[in-house]
Ligand binder design. Structure first.
Ligand code: SF4
Ligand code: SF4
Length: 351
């Protein structure tokens, strides 16, 4: 079972056994840091956008990194916006790596078009992953979901990918925000292209009603569309696995071993969930984690017997607990069964 690909690769972290150990011990394995909001991609569903996005940056990141290292955290997941658009990104990641933290970079992919940036990103993410974000290879579809010139932007991300691959980076992910516009053939094509042609797995994030996405409720996919896309991801990326992580974009070992510090300093269980438990401008990260560990790491549902509804006896609950962000936005309860999981037979009773 340990070698099942949805266990070994679905948590994204290269050392999945260590990540699972942290999960079992109720410890924080990775801290997502939303370092800035600037981003060139212009996703029209962005949950972290704001009118002053190009100016907004998280101060005191060094303190967050020191706190993470003190807590025994293993990895920093750099988020934005696009974290590579922050002027001091390289120095911050270098500092993190010097104090023993592994850097994972969640970028749009566009800054990697610059070879020097790509080279530095590969250098500081050694032992970790780089995730780019390309929703669709179809210019017409891409153009509806993003600002600017679709051809230019798609090519820029693909060029960035070429650069990091040429530099020897082999731990790469493509993140797709799943919207109705890419449902069906388009997402199947993108998932297959990335895995079969480039050897890159897809992180399929469900669109939630947060940030700019609140202005596009019509883009939220239906349950059959989610089922189709997730089944393709499982079949293509985790071929031969007996397990599924349903509508989650990662397995629960990533999701339940991670906390996020937003650009405003709020500490949340996930970057998509914009509800803070404490703020680093008021209290240290260590103190916040000590106080809110259960809420931040979803410890209440670690025991499958304590999961509500079908999840409690589901054949996939060893790796899955449903997307907590979807549960939060759709049901107002982070611990509720994920109403977008097609395997939750009785879902009508808890929506
Ligand atoms: S029922 Fe629950 S545990 Fe099973 S696949 Fe769905 S969300 Fe995951
Ligand atoms: S709450 Fe949802 S979006 Fe956040 S890490 Fe978990 S599965 Fe992913």
């Amino acid at each position: 079972m340990k070698n099942d690909s949805i266990i070994s690769c679905g948590c994204l972290h290269p050392d999945h056994e260590e990540a699972i150990k942290y999960f079992d011990d109720g410890k924080v394995y990775s801290v997502q840091i939303e370092s800035n909001l600037a981003c060139s991609q212009g996703c029209l569903y962005c949950y972290a956008s704001s009118s002053d996005a190009f100016l907004k940056e998280l101060p005191n990141i060094i303190e967050v990194l020191d706190s993470a290292a003190n807590m025994g955290v293993r990895a920093i997941d750099w988020l934005g916006g696009d974290p590579l658009m922050r002027k001091d990104w390289y120095e911050l990641m270098k500092y993190a790596s010097d104090i023993g933290l592994t850097n994972n970079i969640w970028t749009s992919g566009m800054p990697l078009e610059n070879y020097d940036v790509a080279k530095k990103a590969v250098e500081v993410s050694q032992g970790g992953f780089i995730s780019v974000h390309l929703d669709s290879l179809d210019e017409e579809i891409y153009g509806k979901l993003h600002t600017g010139d679709p051809e230019r932007k798609i090519n820029s991300i693909l060029k960035g990918l070429d650069n990091i691959r040429a530099l020897g980076k082999d731990n790469i992910i493509n993140c797709i925000t799943f919207t109705k516009l890419v449902a069906g053939e388009d997402i199947n094509k993108t998932i297959k292209y990335f895995f079969e042609d480039l050897g890159i797995r897809t992180c399929l994030t469900q669109m939630c009603k947060a940030g700019l996405a609140q202005g596009h409720p019509e883009w939220i996919p239906g349950i059959e569309e989610i089922k189709g896309a997730c089944n393709t991801r499982d079949k293509v990326n985790y071929h031969g696995s007996a397990l599924s992580m349903s509508s989650m974009d990662t397995n629960k070992f990533y999701c339940g071993g991670m906390i996020c510090v937003t650009v405003d300093g709020d500490v949340t269980p996930c970057s998509v969930i914009r509800k803070g438990f404490g703020n680093i401008h008021i209290s240290s990260l260590e103190k916040i984690v000590e106080r809110y560990r259960d809420d931040l790491l979803f410890t209440h549902i670690r025991d499958p017997g304590k999961m509500q509804g079908h999840c409690g006896y589901c054949e996939h609950n060893s790796v899955c607990w449903g997307c907590r962000a979807t549960a939060y936005y759709e049901c107002g309860d982070m611990l509720a069964p994920d109403p977008k999981c097609w395997m939750n037979y009785n879902k009508k009773t808890w929506i």
